[in-house]
Design a protein. Structure first.
Lengths: 221, 291, 288
């Protein structure tokens, strides 16, 4: 559950979003859309705690947050394999001498299976396609087992079947009680999977119900 | 008619030149000290490389350049010691005579890495030191004829001291058997000294402290030391003692003390003048050989 | 005749080799991580930044390894902290703020040394005396290498995570990323200080970085890259010292030169990402 009260997101004290007020209930699945430069990534980073809010405030009932970054912020030549990346998700659950508990190992296998990366677990990062890397990052997120998922344009450069598979994963996670916020550009995707949408524009932040054919405005209590 | 004002002007001007000391700049402390001994109160000497400094690799400052520009006489060693001097002289705009103190000495040539180079450390032999003193004396007389007599007098006294010390050193070394006259030091600064007084010096660095020793040089030096049973090694006041210490440990040589081959010490130190430095060096070497 | 005879026969050769081995084991893996964190030139900058600290140590205590080491460590840390502060509070990124500071630090160091010492001392500090490593200096280096390796083992996993995806660690563990970065830079400075009495401030970073980036051409995974980096550094040390022995080249530069030659060779022939490997992959149309 995340609550915003006149929240402004931006960099170095200068906000680039309008005031945002509303909330994301526990277990909700919300799409975050808007034109480029309206501050969608910035809002996500602020909610993750990476950037300080420029005004207003927000409240998260859990500190267990996972952020799925945009692919271009990662170094594709880094000498890691799929397995290394997915295991990162379980890092904070390791014992003090570095061993992974059995439960975490089970989750890792589960994550690899759900994302279809089990066969590729030893593949180096620089040999992965965009879609495969995205699936790897999803698997990592799955292992983390956080209460809140913040996804930043997770389907850029990903093909249809992969997208469908990953959205399945997201829907499953939402059903398990995770609060999920996804930055998207594809309106079709939004209307297909999401019941809640926050549309950001330079001067307005509107909460919308996308499953209704003509979007109508209403305030979320 | 024009001659009278000119003569008057000259007569009036000469007392002024009598009053002000001659500005002399020497490249390093040994030359500066010699000049001071001969010039006395009639000159003002500045040494570019200071006490305990290294004349092979010296970084001149703007002050040095200015001192050079205002100098009336400049003394250098020559023989390739001061690689930085030519540039400094050109840069400072000094247009006077450059006195090369080593003019006329018999040069030692050495083979280093396939090339023949001249050993610049000529002053370490007092026989050459006398030549240096004569050259400096002559230069002072030329630059400041008004005091020529004083320079000649002081020069003659100084030369007497040099000859006396030289004789003493020769006699001292004659009391030591040839086989014991071997020493290890940092770099080949004692070539002329060794030739004059019959001492063999071994060193890891070649003729200049600017070179860096290779493993081959160090290894062959250690072998040589062991073969020749060299008992003592000396560090120098202006080079890094670590390499010499390493070599000494490997060959079993004992530390004999610190020598002053190309820089005088400060006034409080044991080698505050050229002759004091020579006496000190010689005493150290003799003491180590007599053990 | 045994090619390694000089090492067997002479103490100073063994000391030189052992000190290079210590450096190879602890500094080169750090170099790999430094290059992955996009801070390769910062390593270079830090090695120069160490100089004024060493100079102050030299001014007060002469050529004392301990004094110059501690002084160098403090100076390096100050520059690292300052540049971190600048990059966090202004628009400059970390590598730019490093380059702004290190040249000034280098000039300050040279000035300080010239005040008391001669050009010779300066050259020795800048270029080190690989052949003059005393027993004490070797122990000093070995202890630092051991501590550095121990710390690296402890912080390895979170450090790698932070290097690959900085935000990942920062989301859950805010202070940790900053502490890790600080500790990592501390290790880098420590190794540079340990290296400067052996190879000098100008070139100790060479043995840290060149084998590290060469290793990228031979391995696909991180741990093998670290190991191969250390091995290349070891190889450069042995070859460099042998070259200095048999061809009478100055020792320190010979070691760094060998590592540079290996780097060029790796660029071309490295199995993992070298030029030849790329060429053959394109030729056979392999998918990647």
């Amino acid at each position: 559950m995340i609550q915003f009260t006149h929240l402004y997101a931006g960099y170095a004290g200068r906000s680039i979003t309008p005031a945002i007020t509303g909330s994301l209930p526990k277990g909700s699945l919300t799409a975050l859309t808007g034109d480029n430069g309206c501050g969608k990534s910035t809002l996500l980073k602020t909610l993750a705690g990476l950037l300080p809010a420029c005004g207003g405030h927000y409240q998260c009932d859990s500190a267990n947050i996972a952020l799925l970054p945009q692919q271009q912020s990662l170094d594709r030549t880094f000498p890691l394999t799929v397995n290394d990346i997915v295991c990162m998700g379980g890092w904070s659950q390791r014992t003090w001498y570095g061993r992974l508990p059995h439960a975490v190992k089970v989750r890792i296998d589960e994550a690899l299976t759900l994302t279809g990366m089990s066969d590729l677990f030893n593949t180096p990062l620089n040999q992965l396609s965009g879609g495969q890397l995205q699936r790897t990052l999803f698997a990592r997120m799955w292992v983390e087992d956080s209460d809140i998922w913040l996804l930043d344009e997770p389907f850029t450069g990903v093909d249809e079947p992969t997208m469908a598979r990953l959205m399945e994963l997201v829907a499953q996670a939402s059903e398990r009680g995770k609060t999920i916020l996804v930055v998207l550009h594809d309106e079709q995707l939004v209307s297909r999977y999401f019941t809640r949408q926050l549309v950001l524009a330079p001067d307005s932040a509107q909460w919308v119900n996308p499953t209704v054919s003509t979007p109508s405005l209403y305030r979320v209590s | 008619m024009k001659l009278l004002p000119l003569a008057t002007a000259l007569c009036l001007a000469s007392p002024l030149t009598f009053a002000a000391p001659l500005h002399v700049v020497a490249s390093f402390t040994v030359l500066a000290d010699m000049a001071k001994q001969i010039g006395g109160a009639d000159i003002e000497v500045k040494s570019l490389v200071g006490p305990n400094g290294d004349p092979h690799s010296f970084e001149p400052t703007a002050q040095d350049s200015r001192a050079l520009a205002q100098a009336q006489m400049v003394v250098v060693n020559g023989l390739g010691l001061e690689g930085w001097m030519d540039r400094l002289v050109t840069a400072s705009g000094y247009r006077g005579q450059l006195t090369v103190a080593s003019q006329g000495i018999k040069q030692n040539r050495m083979q280093e890495e396939g090339k023949t180079i001249v050993d610049p450390h000529a002053w370490n032999s007092l026989a050459n030191g006398a030549v240096y003193a004569k050259n400096i004396m002559q230069a002072l007389e030329n630059a400041d004829p008004a005091h020529a007599q004083q320079y000649a007098q002081r020069g003659a006294d100084y030369l007497k001291k040099i000859h006396a010390l030289d004789d003493w050193a020769v006699k001292q070394y004659q009391t030591i058997p040839q086989a014991k006259r071997i020493v290890l030091t940092s770099h080949d600064a004692f070539g002329y000294y060794g030739k004059r007084y019959g001492v063999t010096f071994s060193a890891p660095l070649g003729l200049s402290t600017e070179s860096e020793a290779s493993a081959q040089q160090v290894g062959s030096l250690i072998k040589e030391l062991k073969q020749r049973h060299i008992k003592h090694y000396f560090t120098e006041n202006q080079t890094d003692p670590r390499l010499v210490t390493q070599i000494a440990q490997a060959s079993g040589a004992m530390p004999g003390g610190e020598l002053y081959p190309e820089a005088l010490s400060t006034q409080q130190g044991p080698a505050a003048s050229y002759l004091a430095a020579f006496r000190y060096n010689t005493q150290q070497l003799l003491a180590s050989m007599r053990e | 005749m045994n090619v390694f005879q000089p090492f067997i026969e002479f103490d100073f050769m063994r000391h030189a080799l052992l000190s290079c081995i210590c450096l190879s084991l602890s500094a080169t893996p750090l170099g790999v991580l430094l290059s992955l964190r996009r801070l390769s030139l910062a390593g270079d900058a830090l090695s120069h930044a160490v100089l004024p600290g060493a100079a102050v140590g030299y001014l007060f205590f002469g050529m004392s390894t301990l004094a110059m080491g501690i002084g160098g460590l403090l100076a390096g840390l100050i520059v690292a902290l300052l540049s971190g502060l600048i990059s966090r509070t202004t628009l400059l990124k970390e590598d730019a703020s490093f380059s702004g500071l290190y040249m000034g630090a280098l000039a300050l160091g040279i000035t300080l040394i010239s005040v008391k010492g001669s050009g010779m001392d300066l050259l020795n500090i800048l270029f080190g005396s690989l052949l003059a490593v005393s027993h004490q200096a070797l122990c000093f280096t070995a202890i630092i290498s051991l501590c550095s390796l121990a710390v690296l083992v402890i912080i390895y996993r979170p450090l790698v995570i932070d290097t690959f995806d900085g935000d990942f660690l920062r989301v859950r563990h805010k202070g940790l990323a900053v502490s890790l970065h600080a500790l990592f830079l501390f290790q880098v400075v420590l190794n540079l200080v340990s290296g400067f009495q052996i190879l000098g401030t100008l070139m100790s970073v060479g043995l840290m970085m060149i084998p590290a980036i060469s290793a990228r051409f031979w391995a696909q995974r991180l741990l093998p890259t670290l190991v191969i980096g250390a091995m290349i550094a070891l190889l450069s040390s042995v070859l460099g010292l042998l070259l200095s022995w048999y061809s009478a080249l100055p020792a320190g530069p010979a070691v760094v030169l060998c590592s540079a030659v290996i780097f060029l060779f790796s660029c071309f022939a490295g199995r993992a990402n070298g030029g030849l490997a790329h060429f053959y992959r394109h030729r056979s149309g392999a998918l990647h």
